[in-house]
Design a protein around this ligand. Sequence first.
Ligand SMILES: [Zn+2]
Length: 286
Amino acid sequence: MPELPEVETIVRDLAPKLAGVKIKSFKLLHRSLINVSPAVWGRRVVGQKIIKVWRRGKQIIFDLASGEHLVIHLKMTGQLILKSHHKLIVGGHPIVGVGQDLPNKFTRAIFTFSDGGQLFFNDVRKFGWLRLHPASELTAKLARLGLEPLAGQLKGSQLAAIFKNKSKSQIKSALLDQTKIVGIGNIYADESLWLARIKPSRRVEAIKPKEWQALASAIQQVLKLSIKHRGTSFSDYRDASGAKGNYLSKLKVYGRAGQPCPRCGRPIKKTKLGGRGTHYCENCQK
Ligand SMILES: [Zn+2]
């Protein structure tokens, strides 16, 4: 599943290519992909110029000249492929279909742009979606999302405040709650807690101000490093230029059970917490 760093990577790659182009046509191949009728969608989307491409959490947002917003969520297996001037820009997960003809059997929608480019939305499992929202509706929807960890300097006091009513929760489970803070998936939670020297099972109420500050810094550091390396690649994730992200080789604890902790040399432990595989160092995380 693409996580925040992977979505940020896609957005950074697509934004300069799509800003300023007009949507010439739209072909829908999977009816329930969109939130309005195909006729309404056609009327409000086709002919619109894309002003800006950005993201909030893992939602990819196209600002349209009309003032409306087209929102894309890749969910588990969504993939965006921009075919433009004989070049492919690929983002999402997994890579099914690249190198084959487009559209393929997983293509659910096709945008054709005024400059001749085409954007294919492919999705094997069909959990991904496209939505159209007037500005006020988008604002209301985004307001329900948690804190954006990369918007400005993240402070320890902000983390302490958002988790105030989760005092009995284990810190790792709290970090995964997207209504409190967005974009920290399983890998990034484990990595951030290791960097901040906090055990994933610690109760929120037991975390001291100094530790909240360490955690806030660690979250930003981990996400920024991952973005720098274009996300984390497992077998099938590719970024928007079709390359594998290479943050995987930088992971300190995630997927390293039994291997030495890069800080103290003791073996990394793996346990289950809230149903999720969790990696940590028993010696240097308290
Ligand atoms: Zn250690």
